[in-house]
Design a protein around this ligand. Sequence first.
Ligand code: PLP
Length: 452
Amino acid sequence: MKFISTRGQTPPLGFRDAVATGLAPDGGLFLPETLPDLSGRLAGWAGLGYADLCFEFMRVFATDLPAATLRPLVDQSYRGFEDPAIAPLRPLAPGLQVLELFHGPTLAFKDFALQLLGQLYGQQCRDRGETINVLGATSGDTGAAAIHGLLGRPGTAIFILYPDGRVSPLQERQMACTGADNVYALAVEGTFDDAQAALKEVFGDQAFRTAHRLSAVNSINLARVLAQCVYYLYAWLRLPAAERADVEFVVPTGNFGNVLAGWLLQQMGVPIGGFRIATNQNDILYRLFTTGEYRVADVKPSLAPSMDIQVASNFERFLYYRVGRDPARVRAVMEQFRATGACRFSDWDHAGFTASRCDDAEIPGIIRRVHRDYGYVTDPHTACAFKDLTPGRSRVVLATASPAKFPETIRAAIGIEPTHPALEALKSRPVVKHRLRAAKGPIQDFIAAHAV
Ligand SMILES: *Cc1c(COP(=O)(O)O)cnc(C)c1O
């Protein structure tokens, strides 16, 4: 199978090259050249465990990786999950279930994709006989999940920039207390935007990038989207047959990454009823799906910080299909958006999506209500998904983080402070972080001195 860029100016690549490249050279995002039709395979996949299902799904796309190579990569990716079901479904009420996506090493759903991406990077090192240095900037969860995807992996090093003093103490510990000698937590002065700007400068230096075989961690890698399709498929296959075609997946989202994966799976012939986009007060996607206008606004820090995003980078993949797979139209829309910060779609088609938005002021009340009604504790991101859920159709709510990652918010809402042994263990380990100025020079010097 080949993968094309949404902007149409990159030659199609195989799976391995598309994963290694990340962002397409024309600035676009990779998608399968044609979407496979999976409808004939679903009956045969119904009884598979998570890793088996993931292997069967990924081999449809990773046709340039021998099955004997892919299989152990998939198995290793989900071995570190603490729940034997990997993505367990918890029934809360008739027609209402939660799909728990927080049983991986960093207790958030990003582990599903970044564990597999880490394995794929490791394989790339072995195939090419080269080392890889991975660099990213994070405001929290992505950095921790990326670090845990590469932890201790031979031939790789990972450098994560984050704003010193502006990520939660637990998030910092997940990055800076790993004890692994290929992990560098770089606490930079300033805000997340300063870290991001410095990162762009480092990547803009092509000679430095090539010399150190520098790769980016980001939310747009093709492998991340495909890995995320699998938990939708796994959950859908576990629903009673009568509920499958009606079910609505309710997805807390910021970057459109999580919900995009479910939607793509539906386009591949899995008859899912629909999707609900649940945003926090940073509601660009809610506004798009309710008004047809995609317009940036300032980010307002919220109690659900991993959704504090104003530009939903994965939206471009959805846009490609909405404009009739016409890369010239994608380029025109993205250019207009870059130049003016907005784009209006006169013929916006909801494509079966519904949407909700949740203010910070509402989150504690929702956590309280879900706890009272169902005896279930949700983290603040998942809480957004319970906004305005009227009865009447079968729903699966995606739970994207463990409540134990947000003890203060949960305690303030219901008086209980959730804990998790993995997070408790971090508290007794030394924080090893490197303080740097958020500038190209000091960051490059650090990388040059520690790169593999
Ligand atoms: C990253 C993240 C999200 C948002 O995911 P998108 O890819 O932006 O849809 C939601 N919840 C948690 C806990 C996250 O870490």
